[in-house]
Ligand binder design. Structure first.
Ligand SMILES: NNC(=O)[C@@H](O)[C@H](O)[C@H](O)COP(=O)(O)O
Ligand SMILES: [Zn+2]
Length: 439
């Protein structure tokens, strides 16, 4: 049976935080594929390219116009029997490219149980009954807020940033500082103190937020590198001061600006990655990324957004885990099931695996340098989606061989032996990302 290689036409979502017009990688990639209803407008934000079967924006077979969702429902072998029997006739993952001009909302994604409850209670704001663990891989330099800081860092900010301490509340702040400074001590009590302090911040009144935002911005502008007593080792005062003024410029007076002092601020270079389990708090700030997640669009938001906010649900649902940012970063490993040809070896090409501790997806980044560099992948017992984010080459499954260049997206059916070959010049790179599920 001929395993299909299907060129996809993918939709792009215009959220307010997206980069504008062709500055947006999501827009450029979407526009690389012929479409009768997409013309990129220079002043319109384009946030997310969606690749997959999610019904909110299902990808289509470019040749027939049929949705990938329909094709998988008609022929489960595209997914493989094992994947289809566990996840039904749809992809277990949703694959995206995000192009971020302004900060995304302060958010977390509910675990499976909470997702079912929220979906049953409010399917408009919570369209899925599924969890949404997610992984982000930087295409360009990326900034994000991710997971709670080590408690000592938060204590430092409560002691040195008066507007923050005022919004948290004097007693909550001093109780937290006391708990944070206890050597060893009861982990559950520390997390409770963190939840109380964070909950105190998030329950601030709009008047208090307006007043304290104005004071915070004034301090940031006047103190510069000395802001927050010079900051902490992971985030220096000057960086914090710039972030406060940037976020204030983007959102005006907003409680999300104060969340900055509770969350790790992380920068990723191209190829570096983050993994977020369900219920992990985060907010991406800038850059272009590839993102892969379980098939869900459930977002619980609490700040930095014009969208629906559900602050009490967010405060209640969080794990209140805290850790240095390096524990949130994911380290890719060499992908063992691909063979590079001589050109690829000699030009320093690479095939790297990003493999989070969940079943629904993994991602492989293939970076082929120079003319004729080739990677041959062992057949997978499961579905894949491949996007080219730079350069050009060919993609082949069995006897079917197609051109692929920046923005092109292909669905690769189960048990395909996939071959990628570069058609770029000597010092250029042909880069693809492949999301897949194999169980
Ligand atoms: N962390 N990234 C994600 O979860 C993306 O997949 C979501 O689609 C975005 O967070 C949605 O962001 P807004 O709700 O528009 O602020
Ligand atoms: Zn998210």
């Amino acid at each position: 049976m001929q395993v299909p290689l299907i060129r996809l036409q993918c939709g792009v979502n215009s959220y307010e935080w997206g980069k504008k017009g062709s500055e947006s990688a999501a827009a450029r990639f979407a526009a690389a594929t012929p479409s009768d209803n997409l013309s990129i407008q220079a002043d319109k934000p384009y946030a997310e390219l969606w690749m997959g079967t999610h019904p909110s924006n299902p990808s289509k077979d470019l040749t027939t116009g049929r949705t990938l969702l329909d094709l998988c429902a008609e022929n489960q072998l595209l997914l493989s029997q094992s994947v289809a029997s566990k996840y039904g006739s749809k992809l277990p993952f949703l694959f995206k490219v995000l192009s971020i001009n302004k900060a995304l909302s302060i958010q977390a994604h509910p675990n499976k149980k909470l997702a079912e409850q929220l979906h049953a209670r409010d399917s408009k704001n919570y369209p899925d009954d599924n969890h949404k663990p997610e992984m982000a891989i930087a295409i360009t330099p990326f900034e994000g807020l991710c997971g709670f800081r080590p408690l000592g860092e938060i204590a430092h900010f409560l002691e040195t940033v008066k507007p923050l301490r005022t919004l948290v509340g004097e007693s909550e702040a001093s109780q937290f500082i006391q708990a944070a400074k206890q050597e060893g001590g009861d982990e559950a009590a520390k997390k409770k103190a963190l939840q109380t302090a964070f909950g105190g911040l998030m329950s601030s009144s709009p008047e208090d937020i307006d007043r304290e935002t104005a004071s915070l911005v004034k301090l940031a502008e006047s103190e510069g590198a000395d802001f927050a007593a010079g900051g902490v080792s992971s985030t220096k005062g000057a960086v914090l001061a710039e972030l406060v003024t940037r976020l204030n410029g983007q959102f005006g007076s907003d409680i999300g600006i104060f969340v900055l002092f509770f969350l790790n601020f992380v920068t990723l270079q191209p190829g570096e990655a983050l993994f977020l389990v369900a219920d992990d708090i985060h907010a991406y700030v800038s850059g272009d990324i590839v993102e892969c997640m379980a098939a869900s669009d459930n977002v619980v938001r609490a700040g930095l957004t014009p969208k629906f906010k559900d602050v009490s649900t967010l405060v209640d649902m969080l794990t209140y885990n805290y850790a240095p940012i390096d524990e949130q970063k994911m380290t890719p490993t060499e992908y063992p099931y691909a063979t590079l040809n001589r050109n690829a070896y000699s030009s320093g090409s690479s095939v790297m695996l990003y493999d989070p501790p969940i079943e629904e997806f993994s991602v492989v980044r293939t970076l082929l340098r120079g003319e004729g560099a080739k990677a041959t992948f062992d057949p997978l017992e499961g579905p894949s989606i491949v996007i080219c984010t730079g350069g050009k080459g060919t993609i082949a499954v069995g006897p079917t061989k197609r051109e692929i260049q920046e923005g092109y997206v292909f669905f690769v059916g189960s048990t395909a032996e996939l071959v990628l070959e570069s058609a770029v010049g000597q010092d250029e790179e042909f880069t693809t990302f492949k999301a897949f599920c194999e169980i």
